[in-house]
Design a protein around this ligand. Structure first.
Ligand code: MG
Length: 445
């Protein structure tokens, strides 16, 4: 696919993502939604604009909400949706994500239909009489929180008397997560909890280097757990009670360990940590790997379920975890609630739970490029390095080299003009060496 990357369409606002372009995406999606509808289609929109009306859709304007809240609304109302968000990308970015009437991100084949219309400028305009109507819906945040509360074990959490330090990173989770955790019976303190599209407090990506405020807050407020979201709050990353960062891979492994039983299947991406592999082996479950990005993982889960597999948990080490029995969608608030349940049920601390899945060192670096030629040269260099090594090679997405005591992966980002480099090993020096060697090969280009 040319336009839809691993998580919808993304680009720098007013350069690639101009209002006119977003309008064309909305018209292409609306045309496909309308073609699939039995009666006049209704669409949920996570930001106000009028293009979907022009192709004959009625529009429910649900305002600023987390992506999972729009997904919950789409499923409840049985209508497809669009959300205007660049998720974790830097402030200058914007994006569009498309959701089906089951509340699940559109699968690749459906996205291809939208993309075909977009590239061909083939929009099905309504005449003046059938132009859609627009309604403002103000209850979506509240209904989403109510649904979340109904889906977790409130009693256990209330009894555990947990104090949460929360950093929604000025994203849409600022509007829903503080109230949700309070209603769950947690004591909640917050930082960066005013929605602000300029993200003044921190970059919207919840990675360790952006979460110093949260680690400080955990220590000063003596919290049991720190929770950080990305810009659209479909991810959750944790800080333990000592103020130390919990690797997303360790949190995913802990959540998976609590969930997986023998015979189950779980799905992760090609940058999967050995931590999850160990949990899967221990449980007697099966692990399937896809290209990086939630769309790929969701598409694979749908296929596995059609084939009769049980997939109770899936996701990536970036805080994007799926509990398909809840919804086939990532949800940062739900993921955090499941982690709090783990604390409450085991009466263990976050650092103890994370330590069960410690002992690995992970490295992630970016090598930027300025045009397609440079990108191709970087990938060619990675391929040459891969062919010349004696490691096991996986080419699901980029080049992953497994050396037995560690691995390194090189792949182009689906959302930014960078080639990403990942490495993992039990030994920190080994991980650094694997990353250095590959980075040297790339930088020589
Ligand atoms: Mg996101």
């Amino acid at each position: 696919m040319k336009i839809f990357g691993s998580s919808g369409v993304r680009g720098v606002a007013n350069e690639e993502l101009t209002p006119a372009f977003v309008g064309r995406v909305a018209m292409a999606a609306g045309s496909v939604y309308a073609a699939d509808a039995d009666s006049r289609p209704r669409v949920a929109l996570g930001r106000r604009e009028r293009f979907a009306q022009s192709v004959g859709c009625d529009v429910d304007r649900i305002g600023v909400v987390p992506t999972p809240a729009l997904q919950a609304y789409a499923e409840r109302e049985g209508i497809p949706g669009l959300i205007i968000t660049a998720s974790h990308n830097p402030p200058e970015y914007n994006g569009v994500k498309l959701v089906g009437s089951d509340g699940v991100e559109l699968a690749r084949d459906a996205l291809e239909r939208v993309e075909d219309r977009l590239l061909a400028d083939r929009f099905t305009f309504a005449d003046w009489e059938t132009t859609g109507e627009s309604h403002r819906i103000d209850t979506v945040q509240e209904e989403y929180v109510t649904e979340l509360l109904n889906r977790v074990h409130r009693g256990d959490i209330e009894a555990a008397d947990v104090r949460i330090a929360l950093d929604p990173g000025h994203g849409a989770g600022s509007l829903t997560s503080p109230g949700f955790f309070r209603e769950l019976g947690c004591d909640v303190v917050t930082v960066n909890a005013q929605p602000d599209g300029r993200f003044p407090g921190r970059d919207p990506e919840p990675v360790e280097e952006n979460l110093a405020d949260l680690r400080r807050l955990v220590r000063t407020a003596d919290a049991d757990l720190g929770v950080a979201h990305d810009g659209d709050a479909d991810r959750a990353i944790f800080v333990d009670e000592t103020g130390a960062h919990v690797e997303g891979d360790a949190a995913l492994a802990a959540l998976a360990a609590a969930e997986l039983e023998a015979g189950d299947t779980t799905v992760s991406a090609v940058n999967v940590s050995q931590r999850l592999v160990d949990v899967v082996d221990e449980a007697g479950a099966t692990l399937e790997l896809t290209s990086i990005g939630s769309t790929n993982i969701i598409t694979r889960i749908q296929r596995l379920r059609r084939e009769g597999a049980t997939v109770p948990v899936a996701g990536e080490g970036n805080g994007g975890v799926l509990f398909p029995n809840y919804r086939l969608a990532r949800d940062g608030a739900y993921t955090a609630a499941r982690f709090i349940e783990l604390l409450a049920a085991t009466k263990r601390t976050a650092s103890e739970i994370a330590a069960d899945h410690g002992g690995y060192h992970n490295i992630r670096r970016n090598v930027g490029y300025s045009d397609d030629d440079e990108r191709e040269r970087l990938l060619a260099a990675a391929e040459e390095a891969a062919r010349g090594s004696d490691a096991d090679l996986t080419t699901i997405d980029g080049y992953r080299l497994d050396y037995g005591d560690g691995w390194v992966l090189v792949r182009p980002s689906g959302t930014e003009p960078v080639v990403r480099l990942y490495a993992e090993a039990r030994d920190r020096d080994r991980a650094e060496k694997l990353a250095d060697a590959m980075e040297t090969d790339l930088r020589e280009v």
